[in-house]
Each structure stands twice: as C-alpha cells, then as structure tokens.
Design a protein around this ligand. Sequence first.
Ligand SMILES: [Zn+2]
Length: 415
Amino acid sequence: MGQVRRRSYTVAVALGGIAFSVALATRHQVWGQAASDTDQSTAAMRMSPAQLEKKYEQYTQLLVTPDYLPRKVSDSDAREAKQFLSSVPVVALSPYVEGHAHPNGPTMKTPTLFIENAFQLMERVNAVKVVMFPSPYAPEDKIPYSDEDLARAVKGHEDKFAFLGGGTSLNPMMLEAVRVNNTGPDTQRKVKELAEKLLSEGAVGFSELTPEHLAVASTQSYMHMPPDNPLMLVLADVAAQHGVPMLIHMEALMRSGPMPDDLNRPPNPSQITENITGLERLLSHNPRATIVWAHAGLDNTGDRTPDLMRRLLKAHPNLYMDVKIVPARLGKNSPFDADGKIKPDWLRLFQDFPDRFMLGSDQGYGGDPKEMGSAQGLRTSVLMVNQLPKNLALKIGNENAQHVYHFSSGSKQEP
Ligand SMILES: [Zn+2]
C-alpha cells in the first residue's frame, strides 16, 4: 500500500447498545482534497453517530435513485455530498472478512489499479480479507470480463482475496441448458469439466449461481433454474469432491402462483414457482457439499423469515448464509430495525447458529475509492459486526468466512 502517511481519529461511541466507530481520516496522498476533507471531517466530528447515519442516508439518496442510478444534481450539491461520503467512512471495531463482493465491471480493464483500489477500500473500513467473485450473468447479458480475468487479477493475493468462479461461465451456461431442457449427460460432463477448470485456475468455490434472481431494479436481469436441476446436483458433487463451497442467489418462494404485486413487472415473469423443496433436495443430495445461500436479510418476497432459515439450518448442517442489508431499503424480514439495531429474533438465530453466518455486503470493489458509493455497501456489514456480541463478531465477522472459503494464510502484512 506504499508510503501512506495518515492520521486517524477514531471515536467509538456506544449508543443505545449500538457501537459505532467513525474514523475520520485525512489521507493527503491517497484521497487528495486535503483541505476540504479536513473541513468535512471537523464538521462530522461534532455530530452524534445517529446524526452521522442520517447524513449518510441523506447524501446517498441525493446522489443515487432507488435503482442505484446516478441522479442529476447540481455540481456544488454533488461535490459536498461526495466529499462527506468519502471523508467519513465507518470502520469495523475489529478486523473483519467480507464474504460477498464483486469487481466493478469496468475496473477489470486495469487489473493492477483494481487491486490497489480494492486494498484502499478494505483498509478504510478495516476489512482484512474479501471473498471476490463475478456478479452472476444471464445467457443474454453482455459480459464485461471473464472468470479468468478475475482469477488472474487476484493471483498472488490469496491471503487477501478468495476467488470463486462461475458467475460469467457456469451460471449463464447452466441457465441456458435448463431453459432449452438440455441437462443430460453431455451437459453434465461439461459442467464438471468447466468447474474443475475453474478450480485449476485458482477458484476456491463456485459462485454466483442464480436459481431465482428477481429483477428488483429495472436495470437487472431475471434469472431462474430449479435449485435441484441435474446440473446443480452435478456441481454439488464436484464441490463436495474438492471440499469447496458453492454459493447461490435464490429468492425464497414458499408457494407457486402469481408474482407478488410489487415485483410483477418486466423482466420478471407473472408466475412464480415454489423453490424451498428444491433447495432442500439440493442440500440433501450431497451433504458433504457446502452450500452458501446468499443475501439473508435482503428478502424481496417476504418468505425468507428467521423461522424458515432456522428450520433449514437445523435440518441441513451443510447450509451456510451470508447477510446483506441495504439501509435505504430495509424491505421484508430485515435484521435491522428502523434505528439500525439488530432485531431480537435475528440475534437469537445468530446465537443459535454461530458458525453458519457470514457478512456479505455484495459491495462492488475496484472503482476509485474517492468516489461516492465506493464504500456504501460495506457500511452495513460494519454496522452489523460492530453491534454483535464479541463471540459472534469474531465468528460471523471473521472466522466463519475464513473456514468456508479457505483463505491461504499468506505472509504479506500491511506496512
Ligand atoms: Zn452478489
């Protein structure tokens, strides 16, 4: 990370049981804008944590729409908001492992810069390791980079990045094969070969596979395949054989029928198919295959309740989950209440299954860390880990991901 001189002022405040830590860092060489950052930092230091959270939301909403598209705002408004968001990161009280992250597509064109920027962002929030994998693509998507591009970019940094493969290759291939009903022995062999090729290129698991990916924003794709289709079962066998996990993105659907009203718009279909039975078939098909069910906490259908997750975790010891929270869109069954505090039923779930949850912000990495939005997703992982009891902060915030994703211990230390 070079010769970065830095002064950090860390103010840890306990408020209503919530511990926030706000580091106000002036990083002349890294962040530039020294004078204005200092002004912003000084102003921010006078705010309470609750005021800071409010300001964060206000500025975020000023700059992006609920579809995460940039808004047109006046230059001076945008400058003020960007300066605030980049000068006041929220920092984890203990080093944590980010269990679900993607490269920002365009940054893969400059792999060295991608790595440098990702390191800066990690340092800024106290993330020590990141599980990095391509966003999941549909067969018709224009795919901006390949699994191999990402594998090459993170090579040599295995102590910091665990790479999972398949989002740009296995996933679109499997979706297409299921769509045209071509899941016989030939395709199964291709899945196995492709999966093993990814492992030989450095993958420590397969991700992101999309049995049910609803388009929440109009810019997203709809993706669907039964979680227990023959190709997923083959992949589970490969995962078990090599002792690596596979991660799925699957909205919980407890019953078949019409699409819920708030999601009934293109590209989503008008009918949905129950998928928990299929998920359980996948889980019991090969109990030695570790399956990570992503995005606990970001429930768009209302069916992914703590009760459902409790039942499944109890029945299937090979099931793990990562937790994603979007504060501006708490949605259904959120782990946080309106004050940003973890709800009691979620805390009980974490306490009863302390080894089975990880953080999974879904943050995009590699863009200019000075830019607005560069750390917005991470903030919620940090707020969660900072208010977990100590034993859970250690497991959910760090050890579980290290265990599931087999990070190499590495020897490179931060300067
Ligand atoms: Zn993701």
